[in-house]
Design a protein. Structure first.
Length: 172
């Protein structure tokens, strides 16, 4: 099971559009997958979902969605030269034993030129620490605002890069 995580809680984000495109790639290949968007986290998430404060419902949800996954695709936008704090908090809310030994692919999204390369490097470092294997081929999406029309990713180069990464990730 592959879990796709749209790594921002910003409603209507371009990150979600990219994550949904990845979902369609997996669906077209017949891969079992699930989709998580951090938009669905409760507004008080930062204050109530850590350690002993976690509700039984949250623990059950994390156990089934994260614990039940073999692989993860993280689509992470650039926030201030890194990845969003809400994504860090989400990862921190998961017991490391549910992550250790799993595999991940990373997609960076930014309006600027860097495509969140710096943020993906930082995310890779955290994942290595947690024992998550990271596919070396990241997809870096720069100038994302110019690549989406009518809520659809339209750039052939980016579409091709996502196809290649998806195929390699499935084999991983």
């Amino acid at each position: 099971m592959i879990t796709i995580i749209s790594g921002t809680n910003r409603v209507g984000s371009r990150t979600r559009i990219i994550a949904e495109h990845y979902r369609n790639l997996l669906k077209a290949r017949g891969e079992a997958h699930q989709f998580i968007t951090l938009e669905d986290l409760p507004l008080d998430f930062a204050f109530t979902y850590f350690g002993s404060q976690q509700s039984d419902d949250y623990k059950t949800w994390i156990s089934s969605t994260i614990g039940g996954a073999d692989k993860f695709v993280f689509v992470a936008p650039e926030y201030n030269g890194s990845y969003p704090g809400i994504l860090k908090m989400f990862i921190d809310s998961i017991h490391p034993s549910l992550l250790r030994g799993k595999k991940s692919a990373l997609v960076g999204v930014a309006d600027g030129r860097g495509g969140n390369l710096r943020g993906l490097d930082q995310l890779s470092g955290a994942f290595h620490y947690l024992g998550i294997m990271v596919l070396p081929k990241h997809v870096i999406i720069s100038g994302v605002g110019k690549l989406i029309q009518d809520n659809q990713l339209t750039d052939e180069n980016v579409l091709g890069a996502l196809e290649v990464q998806c195929a390699e990730f499935i084999k991983m």
